[in-house]
Design a protein around this ligand. Structure first.
Ligand code: MN
Length: 238
């Protein structure tokens, strides 16, 4: 029986063979935007729920336009190949090497953008913040020394990410780590699983914070939904 992964690999190989054929650019230009398999998930709270830390206007544009644009462009990319269009977002991201080269960058950037933002909305809530309890709280203390030291490491990663990208708390095998990634790259490969990420693209904070990324990252700690992060820690999809 052919697994989905095998099917994707087979598709990637056959698509690689035909990618040498140059398609006229008008194929894309004239095509109506495909609706495609991927849809914008609704925010799990009102646009103004994260005020004053993250303002409603930023949320409206960030969710409704930026996140939507990643989805629209991802749908365009997977529309080039029926097998791709039937592949889950997780599979696409974890096996980018099996995506046909012609659309791999588009899937990496827009699939990553869709995954990262979908997670980002879920890991925030009105009246969030505080300190994680239970197994995650203990693991953070054990790994970083204290919650405050974790916060410093996470904030440093957010500040040191040059240009657009994300800072993350991830599980790598059984270990907690703070890392950063450029663009929309997702730390969701080779035994890595993202638990919490902060978007440090300027579109995430510029309206309210302008160039003061540190103030935005500090404010982000007031809206973190630790219940969601804890749940990902307890049941990682490695
Ligand atoms: Mn963003």
């Amino acid at each position: 029986m052919m697994t989905r992964r095998d099917a994707l690999k087979k598709t990637a190989l056959s698509a690689a063979a035909v990618s040498l054929v140059t398609l006229p650019e008008t194929n894309f230009a004239q095509a109506a935007a495909p609706t495609g398999p991927f849809k914008l998930p609704p925010l799990p709270y009102a646009l103004d729920a994260l005020e004053p830390h993250i303002d409603a206007k930023t949320m409206e544009i960030h969710h409704g336009r930026h996140h939507q644009a990643y989805i629209t462009n991802l749908n365009k990319a997977v529309a080039t190949d029926a097998k791709l269009a039937g592949t889950s977002l997780d599979e696409l991201i974890r096996h980018l090497d099996e995506v046909p080269e012609a659309v791999r960058a588009a899937v990496r950037n827009n699939g990553g953008g869709h995954y990262n933002h979908s997670l980002f909305w879920q890991t925030m809530k009105k009246g969030g913040g505080g300190v994680p309890k239970g197994a995650l709280g203990s693991a953070i203390e054990k790994t970083f020394g204290s919650f405050e030291k974790f916060k410093t490491a996470f904030s440093d990663a957010a500040m040191k990410q040059f240009g657009s990208g994300w800072a993350w708390l991830i599980l790598e095998e059984k270990d907690l780590k703070v890392v950063s990634s450029p663009n929309q790259d997702v730390p969701f490969v080779h035994g890595k699983y993202p638990l919490l990420g902060v978007d440090v693209w300027e579109h995430a904070y510029y309206l309210k914070y302008q160039n003061k990324r540190a103030d935005y990252v500090s404010a982000f700690f007031n809206v973190i939904n630790w219940d969601v992060v804890t749940s990902r820690f307890e049941k990682p999809e490695l």
